[in-house]
Design a protein around this ligand. Structure first.
Ligand SMILES: [Zn+2]
Length: 110
């Protein structure tokens, strides 16, 4: 998981959701009738993609290590470290685990 973000509006901590402005329907309509504006519209939409809070949709998210986030977390009685520990960790892939195990065996034999 990428570093969690803190919402300055509701205090939600977690990975943000990506929001693409405009509508896919406008893109489709533009593409049907005028190819070029449709392409330009789609490029504009993708360039305007922003990260918003999963809960309230607020776009003002701050990294968990930023002074603002630390202040917000402290008002909730938390610290960045305690929040990180409570968030679900990314599962290691089976291949990665297997390689680590193999490496452990090889190192132990030497
Ligand atoms: Zn929020």
């Amino acid at each position: 998981m990428k570093d969690p973000m803190v919402c300055t509006n509701c205090g939600h901590v977690g990975s943000p959701k990506e929001e693409i402005p405009g509508s896919i329907w406008i893109t489709l309509i533009l593409l049907c009738f005028f190819i070029l504006p449709g392409i330009i519209y789609e490029i504009w939409r993708n360039s305007g993609t922003k990260k918003v809070c999963k809960l309230c949709g607020n776009a003002n998210l701050v990294p968990i290590d930023s002074p603002n986030a630390i202040k917000m977390l402290e008002s909730q009685g938390k610290t960045p470290a305690s929040v990180r520990a409570s968030l679900p960790k990314q599962q290691e892939s089976t291949l990665k685990k297997g390689v680590k195990k193999l490496y452990g065996i090889l190192v132990a034999k030497e």
